[in-house]
Design a protein around this ligand. Structure first.
Ligand code: AHR
Length: 621
């Protein structure tokens, strides 16, 4: 294989090539990146997922019941937990999201109580395997006979637990009450990323940061859409104090707390230096009901209100609301997606086609610079100015490799975001794409990862058309999930984080960004697939290669125009023991080799690239 890279030509890349897709699936928000440790902290529920006491259990001789008091904590949180007991030390216990990681660090706790109590509460972290109290703090009661009182505390365990079989307990002396106390919004946070209040889990943020992501697509995915009326993800129910955030019956079988809300997403973008790609609800429920054209305007207005909340100055209604919540400085939104997989047009001909255009027109009238994406790759754009599409692909490895040229013939003029992609099932003799009734992989497998690399290289080669790509889903709590494979899996124990094989491939590609692609003379693709370019951040030439289905190692000679004999570079090669190899808790199969390479006569680099390898050659310009 002879790869001759020109020094001119090609296209500038978007600058966003690799990003993150996020929706609350697999307990990826609640029980995932949102650092709240207490599961069912506020007894949120609705007609889809009724409020429940689970997983709370009583401590001591007490009974627990749900109450809808005439004076609830708030209209958003109408249900609370009653602890009934007349004597002894009693209280409530919560095991977290399938465990609580206890270290010698500050835990920020809070809870609300209604009822008459003279005494103090004890908040403690307790290991139920060893019956050991790991840390405890007294919280004095304010002895209010009526009304809700918030208590806050800092708990610093005396010792770390060596497992996550821990609970938070809040106890008190029942003899000092009039028989019962009502609790709500019982929260506990460990230190969060950048120490943000109501913030995000440190290990998962560090893992995501390791991908060098440039954009965050949020908040869905299906989870944006809602299954049926009246439930869809409403941005204005995810802002402000936690007591003012009702839950939302997410589309992935569990109630969302809305603790991870619009401002938290924007902080997430700030903290990892990512461009927000904001998805707004498009008038389409997952189960099919569609808001008619005649009834759509309030939802368009709502999207404009959301944008004003994010971007407006304090003279605007929603900008002022944002400031009143403690965020005087606006954020900037440059990319908005209308819905998720809404098949907005069914090819441009159906009655649904009005929705994308109606949102786009209204958004661009007020914000002419925002690029508005259709949440389908089937939309027939009538104008390409500030227009984009979101292409999703879940498939099998061979199919992905077959998509290497997909973007070569793509319509030009608008940007394509690959908002979700993943190899999810093994190849089958008859070929073809995903079959949703077949089982999906538990974790990304190496052959799938290499096929994704081929697909991404195909996308990188079409830099003028592609906004960027995000694997999906991103996060998976191994104790409760609806979808596999996922990019990063985890439990309550940060030592059990699984960075998948695809994580390593994306990390390699994302951390070495081509800023301008460079043409290759007479390329011959298969079994090696490659893209070349120049990075103006490192002043180097880059060649990304994936080898798929080779009968032997590919021997490649590579030249970069203007690079002469003696020039040096680094070759990084990722491989794995078997096509079916995957990463799981405690095991990482990806083998990464880095070697120095020197150009021989004629400036030629000699590369030996094994089958099922993903590699990067970086040569200083
Ligand atoms: O990533 C999982 C789901 O796949 C997303 O919610 C949806 O957009 C897609 O169908």
């Amino acid at each position: 294989l002879d790869i001759q890279v020109s020094s001119t030509g090609g296209n500038a890349t978007s600058g966003y090539q690799y990003g993150i897709m996020f929706e609350d699936i697999n307990q990826s928000g609640d029980g995932g990146i949102y650092a709240e440790l207490i599961r069912n902290r506020a007894f949120q529920g609705d007609s889809v997922f009724p409020s429940t006491v689970e997983p709370w259990t009583p401590v001591g001789d007490a009974t627990l019941s749900l109450q809808n008091l005439s004076q609830p904590l708030s209209s958003a949180l109408p249900t609370s937990l009653r602890v009934t007991a007349s004597s002894g030390t009693v209280g409530i216990s919560n095991p977290g999201y399938w465990g609580i990681d206890v270290k010698e660090q500050n835990y920020s706790g809070s809870f609300w109580v209604s009822g008459n109590y003279k005494g103090s509460f004890t908040a403690s972290l307790y290991n139920y395997l060893s019956n050991e109290t790991l840390g405890t703090v007294q919280v004095l009661s304010n002895d209010t006979a009526s009304g809700w009182v918030e208590y806050t505390y800092t708990l610093v365990p005396d010792s770390a637990a060596d497992n996550v079989n821990n609970t938070l307990r809040i106890t008190y002396d029942a003899s000092q009450t009039s028989g019962s106390l009502d609790f709500n919004l019982i929260s506990l946070f460990p230190p969060t990323y950048n120490n943000r209040p109501n913030g995000l889990r440190v290990d998962l943020m560090e893992a995501l940061g390791g991908l060098n992501p440039s954009f965050l697509r949020f908040p869905g995915g299906n989870n944006l859409e809602g299954e049926d009326p009246p439930y869809y993800l409403k941005w204005n129910e995810t802002i402000g104090p936690l007591k003012d955030r009702p839950g939302y019956p997410g589309t992935w079988t569990y109630e969302n707390t809305n603790g991870l809300g619009l401002v938290e997403y924007l902080h997430w973008c700030d903290d990892l230096n990512m461009e927000p790609v904001l998805a707004v609800w498009a008038g389409f429920y997952l189960d099919g009901p569609v808001i008619s054209e005649a009834d759509l305007q309030p939802y368009i207005d709502d999207a404009l209100n959301e944008l004003e909340f994010i971007m407006g100055d304090t003279s605007t209604t929603y900008g002022a609301l944002r400031a009143s919540l403690g965020y005087p400085d606006p954020w900037t939104i440059r990319y908005v997606e209308i819905g998720n997989e809404d098949n907005l047009s069914n090819g441009g001909s159906s009655y649904e086609a009005y929705r994308y255009q109606a949102f786009k027109d209204a958004i661009n009238e007020k914000y002419p610079d925002i690029l508005v994406m259709a949440s389908t790759a089937a939309y027939n754009f009538t104008e390409t100015e500030n227009a984009g599409e979101d292409y999703h692909q879940y498939t099998r490895p061979d199919y992905f490799v077959g998509q290497f040229n997909f973007f070569d013939n793509h319509t030009e003029g608008f940007k394509t975001m690959i908002g979700e992609y993943a190899a999810v099932q093994p190849n089958i003799p008859e070929g073809g794409g995903v079959n949703w009734s077949d089982p999906k992989w538990m974790f990304p497998e190496w052959i799938g990862t290499v096929s994704e690399a081929v697909f991404l290289i195909g996308a990188e080669r079409n830099a003028d058309k592609i906004f960027g790509a995000a694997y999906a889903p991103t996060l998976q709590n191994l104790n409760s999930y609806q979808w596999s494979p996922d990019l990063i899996s985890y439990t309550a124990d940060p030592d059990e984080d699984v960075l998948s094989t695809s994580y390593h491939m994306i990390q390699l590609f994302s951390s070495h960004r081509i800023t301008n692609t460079l043409p290759i003379d007479s390329p011959a693709f298969g079994p090696a697939y490659y893209v070349a370019g120049y990075s103006n951040t490192t002043d180097s030439y880059l060649l990304k290669t994936a080898v798929y289905n080779a009968t032997e190692a590919v021997n490649a000679t590579v030249t970069f125009a203007g690079v002469s004999e003696g020039a040096t570079g680094t070759l990084t090669v990722l491989t794995a023991p078997d096509p079916e190899s995957y990463n799981s808790v405690g095991s990482d199969v990806v083998v990464k080799t880095e070697s120095s390479v020197t150009a021989g006569s004629g400036g030629v680099f000699q590369l030996d690239l094994p089958d099922l390898s993903v590699s990067l050659l970086e040569v200083t310009a």
